[in-house]
Design a protein around this ligand. Structure first.
Ligand code: PLP
Length: 500
């Protein structure tokens, strides 16, 4: 990882300084944040392992006879060539691309470099430097997508009962809790959050505090209130020696662009305010920017591409202290099946993530990494730019089609904003107390949307009522978006008539 890190550091040093606020950045060098202080019990016990240590120790030694690794011989690998077509190299053209013999052999071998396939890791590091110019020391680690990044961070930093802050409505996942986990949580007498990061947080029985939000993301003032009231609550709990699950929040999880499920985009000024609050309360920031590339603020005719994306406007760009862990994914701008992404954080945090990743999978699939690298190399900057334009224009057109269909069928029945990023439109259903109450009617009308409560930490609390739904526009043609809105409108209309 040494080379890539050096490249990144150089790029970061060349960039103008960013910081949580102009005054803070100008005044004095920032105090580094000691993220490792917040490690979970298992996170603290994670180490590089003696075989990896050996590799690091001998890294770069010339003429070494390496008798340490248990590696299959290169000649035994079954794939002798790998060729695929790459779309969009030039407008409307597909180019046949091949992995070189060395790349193919490397792709079939174990990941020798802990941070991932070196050329792809270097591509990701240079990309991070150009787009985010992280102002502090950092490293880039290839992952098997953002989902793996989330699980790494949760494992490393969250113990059973730990507390974290999330946007009021947040990223839901499939309900995959096993009966055993449900029984275990009943046994402990805790209510499982039935929503965001259900796969990551629920099994750990984390205490998930929702921070009120609007269409610009979390409200900083409310965030501070949430933290402060929790701090005093924790003090009470501690005083009464009933502190199980009551420590102060460790981490703030945020999806800052085209947020899942609301589509909210957090402006830079608000990010600064939130970063400052997190600094005051000793919180890690987990920035899951899965939809960063899916921005289309000016509609289908003027997609931003890569060059037009707001640069240096992420939490990572503000991170002078090393409190941000940023996750990126190839799923939304290349293909989910590649199962690739990258994580960026302070070197010590990435070190821990690498140790755990090695324990889990020894890194993402080598073949995926080899293919993704050749794809990006073949495109070059121009091809990627063209690909992103097309992608963003397509998403913008779908968002506009959904918005237009909603205007035709939901006027007076729901409220919404036209999406400007991501994959989702967020609707408040008028006259409906909780959107999950009308699931039967929707099923009968043969239309399915995600009830908003599934995205809220109080999902399993019957007293929590939530009139929102999440509607996805990413994968359906305009006629199906139209039909979906027509069916939803018909259900809402008939309910409205029944109420009158
Ligand atoms: C906010 C958010 N984070 C992460 C993911 C998963 O990303 P990946 O496919 O890279 O694991 C998703 C996918 O829906 C998402 O919406």
């Amino acid at each position: 990882m040494g080379d890539a890190s050096a490249e990144e550091q150089k790029a970061a040093q060349a960039a103008p300084p960013a910081g949580p606020s102009a005054t803070a950045a100008d005044a004095s060098p920032p105090t580094p944040f000691d993220a490792l202080r917040l490690l979970s019990r298992q996170g603290a016990l994670r180490t590089e392992g003696c075989l990896r240590q050996l590799l690091s120790k001998y890294h770069g030694v010339e003429g070494l006879v390496a008798m340490n690794g248990g590696l299959p011989p290169q000649a035994s690998f079954p794939l002798t060539s790998l060729q695929f077509g790459v779309a969009g190299v030039a407008e409307g053209e597909t180019e046949a691309v091949e992995l070189s013999p060395e790349q193919l052999a490397g792709s079939q071998q174990y990941n020798i470099a802990p941070a991932g396939f070196p050329p792809l890791q270097r591509w990701a590091a240079a990309h991070v430097a150009a787009l985010h110019a992280p102002p502090g020391p950092h490293r880039v680690l290839l992952t098997a997508g953002a989902s793996q990044g989330l699980e790494l961070v949760c494992s490393l930093f969250l113990d059973d009962g730990d507390c974290l802050l999330v946007e009021e409505f947040t990223y839901p996942q499939a309900r995959t809790r096993s009966a055993g986990q449900q029984a275990a949580s009943r046994h402990r007498g805790r209510r499982q959050p039935g929503c965001m990061l259900e796969c990551n947080l629920a099994p750990r029985s984390c205490r998930v505090l929702p921070v009120p939000m609007d269409h610009d993301g979390m409200l900083p003032f409310q965030l501070e209130q949430a933290s402060l009231s929790l701090l005093s609550a924790a003090a009470n709990v501690l005083e009464q020696a009933a502190a199980a699950g009551g420590p102060q929040p460790k981490l703030l999880y945020t999806v800052p662009t085209g947020q899942n499920p609301t589509g909210a985009c957090t402006p830079l000024e608000r990010k600064r305010a939130i970063y400052d609050i997190c600094s005051r309360h000793g919180l890690l920031i987990l920035e899951d920017d899965a939809y960063q590339y899916l921005q289309f603020p000016a509609g289908p005719l003027r997609p931003p591409g890569l060059a037009g994306l707001p640069a240096r406007s992420s939490y990572l760009s503000l991170d002078t202290q090393g409190r941000v862990i940023r996750l990126d994914t190839c799923a939304k701008f290349l293909a989910p099946g590649l199962r690739l992404g990258w994580a960026v954080a302070a070197p010590a945090v990435v070190g821990k993530m690498t140790d755990l990743l090695n324990a889990q999978t020894l890194g993402p699939s080598g073949l995926s990494q080899g293919i993704a690298y050749r794809l990006l190399e073949t495109w070059g900057g121009e091809g990627l730019e063209r690909h992103l334009w097309r992608l963003q224009a397509g998403y913008a057109a779908s968002a506009a089609a959904l918005h237009a269909a909603a205007r035709r069928h939901l006027e007076g029945l729901a409220e919404w904003r036209e999406p400007r990023a991501g994959m989702f439109m967020w609707l408040r259903l008028l006259g409906v107390e909780d959107a999950s109450d009308i699931q039967e009617e929707l099923r009968e009308a043969r239309v399915v949307v995600v009830p908003g409560r599934a995205c809220h930490p109080r999902a399993s609390d019957p007293s929590f009522r939530c009139p929102f739904v999440r509607v996805s526009f990413s994968h359906l043609p305009p006629e199906e978006l139209e039909e979906g809105m027509r069916r939803l409108g018909a259900v809402l209309h008939s309910l409205q008539q029944q109420r009158q």
